[in-house]
Ligand binder design. Structure first.
Ligand SMILES: NC(=O)c1ccc[n+]([C@@H]2O[C@H](COP(=O)([O-])OP(=O)(O)OC[C@H]3O[C@@H](n4cnc5c(N)ncnc54)[C@H](OP(=O)(O)O)[C@@H]3O)[C@@H](O)[C@H]2O)c1
Length: 303
């Protein structure tokens, strides 16, 4: 049994690789990346590292030869990754890979306004048409990426959002990696699209309560439209495309595309998913410990 993981130097790919290496002989593990030097330590432990860049067809020739199960980690090139990911799926099929697992997004349907949907929907379609057995892991939004916004809300007493009353079932990247490793090592789940989520869907009011807990103060929810949210994020220093992406996820939450919490993490890994609240409390405890040493307040306000 040979298992391969693409994008293995990225955080999700690497965490998944570590979990797979705990379960298998390293000689059964192939790790692909654009930068093999970043995986020198895993190569030293016995994994085979191959240089693969989905945008470079030469590197896809033979990339997946001898691989039984492959995790294709979606790339971060939102809007420019569909053709490269299609090429990766085609290379897997040409190499005779038995089972391809792909990281997608919940509800990649045309009505979903999240800007990542078109790439994921197109790649899922390519998988279904490839003739290879497939599993799609539709990862919800990462929990840790919410922490800076919650810290900001804690510091200002205002949580600015375009999610309305919509909720999101945030998931940790570690739980996404554990779910992927479970499918890679254990097999099964062919022909299934699984929503990989945290234990609870949280609304803006829930997030404000969490921010209030961090800051030790009342945090007010301020509802704005998509354009105003994106403009505010831009003026706070986010690159335009990131601001638009965040606003589109807010719209997706508002319209109910991110609100389903599932038992998939527990079903695949045998343990419950970590809640966003626990991620926030852990980060806050770390910041508090550091603040105690430097004299700063845990919400970053300097109070
Ligand atoms: N659920 C969420 O909230 C959320 C948030 C952010 C991203 N994502 C998605 O989940 C993926 C993995 O998450 P992450 O946190 O590890 O992402 P990340 O830090 O953005 O890492 C980017 C990943 O894309 C790979 N990649 C980029 N260009 C590539 C190319 N041309 N060919 C092959 N691989 C390429 C990188 O692999 P190498 O550098 O090793 O080549 C790396 O694994 C992201 O790429 C994105 O699609 C999800």
């Amino acid at each position: 049994m040979t298992i391969a993981i693409t994008g293995a130097s990225g955080p999700l790919g690497r965490t998944t690789a570590e979990l797979v290496l705990q379960a298998l002989d390293p000689r059964e593990v192939v790790l692909t990346t654009r930068d093999p030097r970043a995986l020198a330590e895993l190569a030293a432990r016995g994994a085979e590292v191959r240089r693969v860049d989905f945008t470079d067809p030469d590197t896809l020739l033979g990339a997946f030869v001898g691989v039984d199960r492959l995790l294709v980690v979606s790339t971060d090139a939102v809007g420019a990754r569909l053709d490269p990911q299609r090429a990766a799926v085609a290379a897997a099929a040409a190499a005779g890979v038995g089972h391809v697992v792909y990281t997608s997004v919940p509800e990649p349907v045309p009505a979903n306004p999240a800007l990542v949907v078109a790439d994921h929907a197109g790649t899922e379609q390519a998988l279904r048409e490839s003739g290879v057995a497939w599993t799609v892991l539709r990862n919800s939004l990462y929990a840790h990426q919410q922490v800076p916004g919650l810290q900001h809300a804690a510091a200002t007493g205002r949580l600015v959002t375009n999610t309305g009353t919509g909720a999101t079932a945030y998931v940790t990247r570690e739980d996404c990696a554990a779910a992927a490793a479970a499918v890679l090592v254990g097999g099964g789940h062919e022909g299934r699209a699984l929503d990989v989520t945290g234990p609870l869907a949280l609304s803006a009011a829930d997030l404000a309560a969490l921010a209030g807990e961090i800051g030790g103060r009342e945090v007010e929810v301020v509802h704005v439209g998509d354009a105003d949210l994106a403009a505010g994020l831009r003026s706070a220093g986010l690159p335009g495309h990131v601001a638009d992406l965040v606003a589109s996820f807010g719209a997706a939450a508002r319209e109910g595309f991110l609100g389903r919490a599932t038992s998939v993490v527990a079903d695949l890994t045998g343990r419950p998913p970590t809640a966003l609240a626990d991620v926030v409390r852990e980060v806050t405890a770390q910041v508090t410990a550091q603040g105690a040493a430097s004299g700063a307040a845990p919400d970053g306000s300097g109070r």
